[in-house]
Ligand binder design. Structure first.
Ligand code: ZN
Length: 251
């Protein structure tokens, strides 16, 4: 076995079903359903899945008659319905302004607190290194989540009072990634994924048909890699690979 193969072997995540608690950190309501809704439905059967939505989603409409406050309420309800379909029971809202001028350091602080409190073994979030991603909420969320996973375990980070921090996070998994290393069969969960996506009614305008076509084609293509009809993709990395580890990008 070559050097890189050995490293990939050591970095291989456990079976998804083995994670007891999973924290999904998404920039906006709907990101998770679109990217990995089937994976979430599958995970929820054996694991407790917690959603953390970083922004209030208040920018996501072209309708000039709707206020940010109204849209925030609508999108929260839509996300709650979608999460229910996928079996997610606990949702947290950080309430940062969608597309706003907030500092990702403040997001990171909130995420460190949540990780310390809920002790997930797997954190799922958007890939902040996606080359042509220009939505600042996605870049800030993925970065804040990655840094939170790196730093939460150090007692002197953010809170001098906490010294009995339990190390919990084994892996971080990125969605909306162009470098996936795991494919998840969603044949038994795809119907629920599509229903959950459709709960985001405020987001489903004329682009819905195109989105559904894109997802079906992509999932079918990915399914071929693991002998399934449909599969979603993730880039899962062990936490040890998140800092000063040159081979990280080859895992
Ligand atoms: Zn988004």
């Amino acid at each position: 076995m070559g050097f890189l193969e050995s490293i990939t072997e050591k970095a291989r995540p456990p079976e998804l079903e083995e994670f007891e608690r999973v924290m999904v950190i998404q920039p906006h309501p709907d990101d998770t359903e679109i990217a990995i809704g089937g994976t979430i439905a599958r995970l929820s059967e054996n694991s407790e899945v917690i959603y953390v939505t970083v922004t209030d989603g208040s920018l996501g409409s072209r309708d000039p008659s709707i206020t940010r406050e109204e849209l925030t309420i609508i999108r929260r309800k839509e996300q709650e319905s979608a999460a229910r379909i996928l079996g997610v029971k606990r949702l947290f809202w950080l309430g940062f302004e969608d597309g706003g001028n907030y500092d990702y350091i403040d997001v990171r602080r909130r995420l460190v607190q949540l990780i310390r409190e809920y002790k997930p073994q797997l954190v799922l979030t958007v890939d902040p290194t996606l080359r042509y991603e220009f939505h600042p909420d996605h870049i800030k969320t993925g970065r804040a989540a990655s840094e939170a996973v790196l730093f939460y375990q150090f007692p002197r980070f953010e809170n001098q009072e906490i010294f009995d921090i339990e190390r919990s996070v084994l892996d971080i998994g990125y969605f909306f990634t162009s470098k996936p290393n795991q494919f998840v069969c969603i044949d038994d969960y795809r119907k629920r994924k599509i229903s959950a996506i459709k709960e985001h009614k405020s987001q489903m305008g004329e682009g819905l048909d195109l989105l559904l076509w894109y997802l079906e084609e992509k999932e079918r293509e990915q399914g071929k890699r693991i002998g399934c009809e449909y599969a979603e993709s993730l880039r899962i990395m062990p936490t040890f690979a998140l800092h000063a580890f040159v081979e990280g990008e080859f895992i």
